[in-house]
Ligand binder design. Structure first.
Ligand SMILES: CC(C)(COP(=O)(O)OP(=O)(O)OC[C@H]1O[C@@H](n2cnc3c(N)ncnc32)[C@H](O)[C@@H]1OP(=O)(O)O)[C@@H](O)C(=O)NCCC(=O)NCCS
Length: 372
């Protein structure tokens, strides 16, 4: 079964495979954005005759720790059509990535993934905790099979309860801190890449790619915190609609120094901004104790089930004692919005950011490059 890189030449076969595998947008624009415009993305596919039967994608990203750097791959979208499963083709695809000699990193995976990859030499080097902040009654009732009447009766009091208990805490404690929502990341900002530990090097092209994205992925927000006039931290977030709820996610938070007050401020500002957009919940994933503690202190609840951090280091020696993995890879684009949402609506109106940020109590300073 030949294995090849996805290019414009074999795109037609790949599109047939993708449409059989996933409920995703089918437009040219989506395929161009998702597979060809994404910085550092590779997609490998396995063919049977002129049919593609399996594929895997990976973001290529530089990781660093002190002076050490490593070009790593973050695999995702590993999928074989059901008729081909168990034939060894899935493992061959993953091995194609492993044979590049680059280390591979991932956060959790399906039951099959967690069963298969330890046998291929992958190691669990840590665990991630998922944090969430419920913001509405709608969110609390999401898994309850209640008649609509009861939902209508219960939602207002649950809205009140979430507003009392879980309203994102007011940011405080950092002197001379100004908070700015900005429309793009530049190289100066990307140099703010803390905390210390094994982490990816921020790439402004990645955020630019997200901002240009398809309506299927939702909307993105970047907030910068300056202290005494100098950028000291930045935080990115996402809003997407899925299963009738508006989900807010904190994607990445980077700090000039490991300053707990600054981290708390950034998280609270982002949570308030996402709440201002009407999010039913705010989610975040933390692999480092420093961040777990900051989310807890910002009122987030921790999910009980942990997510393993899995690494295949190959011949590399990676110092992964303090590993910092975030939702910046496929976690930044998945899950997609409900298909009805992306067919029928345009992107969330980020142009209204100034108004929404002011509702969310973010100081918007004039003269900066605002989203509107
Ligand atoms: C996960 C998935 C991509 C794996 O693909 P697959 O083609 O079914 O897997 P393979 O046939 O290559 O490998 C399966 C078996 O062969 C074994 N195997 C094959 N080659 C191997 C090798 N070189 N070394 C060790 N084990 C090997 C695997 O360990 C596994 O063992 P099993 O017989 O006990 O099941 C596929 O099952 C799938 O599409 N699942 C649904 C989507 C999904 O869960 N994707 C992962 C998202 S994180």
């Amino acid at each position: 079964m030949p294995i090849e890189l996805l290019t414009l030449k074999n795109l037609a076969a790949f599109r047939r495979f993708s449409e059989a595998a996933w409920d995703r947008p089918k437009s040219e624009a989506y395929y161009r954005w998702r597979y060809f415009d994404a910085p550092g993305l590779i997609t490998v596919m396995a063919n049977q005759g002129d049919q593609c039967v399996a594929s895997i994608s990976a973001f290529s990203r530089t990781y660093c720790n002190g002076d050490e750097t490593a070009e790593c791959l973050e695999p995702f979208d590993w999928y074989c059509l059901p008729a081909t499963r168990g034939s060894g083709v899935g493992v061959r695809l993953l091995k194609t990535l492993m044979d590049t000699g680059r280390p591979l990193l991932t956060l959790g995976g399906s039951a099959e993934t967690l069963r298969i990859i330890p046998r291929l030499g992958w190691k669990t080097v840590g665990e991630a905790t998922e944090f969430f902040l419920p913001l509405t009654g709608n969110y609390l009732l999401r898994n309850r099979a209640l008649p609509d009447y009861w939902k209508r009766v219960l939602t207002p009091s649950l809205d009140l309860a979430t507003a009392t208990w879980f309203t994102p805490a007011r940011p405080n404690g950092v002197r001379n801190c100004v908070v700015l929502p900005v429309s793009g990341m530049d190289h100066d900002l990307a140099r703010i890449d803390g905390p210390a530990g094994f982490r990816s090097v921020p790439d402004p092209r990645f955020f630019e790619w997200l901002m240009k994205g398809s309506p299927a992925t939702g909307s993105y927000l970047l907030i910068v915190l300056t202290v005494d006039g100098e950028a000291a931290a930045w935080i990115t977030g996402r809003l997407h609609r899925s299963r009738g709820l508006l989900h807010g996610t904190v994607l990445d938070l980077r700090l000039k120094r490991n300053d707990e007050k600054l981290a708390k401020n950034a998280i609270r500002h982002m949570a308030r901004a996402l709440a201002g957009f009407g999010a039913d919940e705010v989610r975040a994933v933390a692999t480092a104790d420093f961040y777990s503690s900051v989310y807890r202190k910002s009122g987030f609840l921790a999910a009980r089930e942990k997510i393993p951090v899995l690494v295949w280091a190959g011949r590399h020696r990676l110092s992964t004692d303090h590993i910092y993995l975030t939702g910046t890879a496929d976690g930044a684009i998945f899950p997609l919005q409900d298909s009805l949402q992306y067919r029928e609506t345009r992107r969330e109106p980020l142009q209204q950011t100034r108004r929404l940020c002011s509702r969310a109590n973010i100081t918007a300073s004039p003269g900066r490059d605002f989203l509107d």
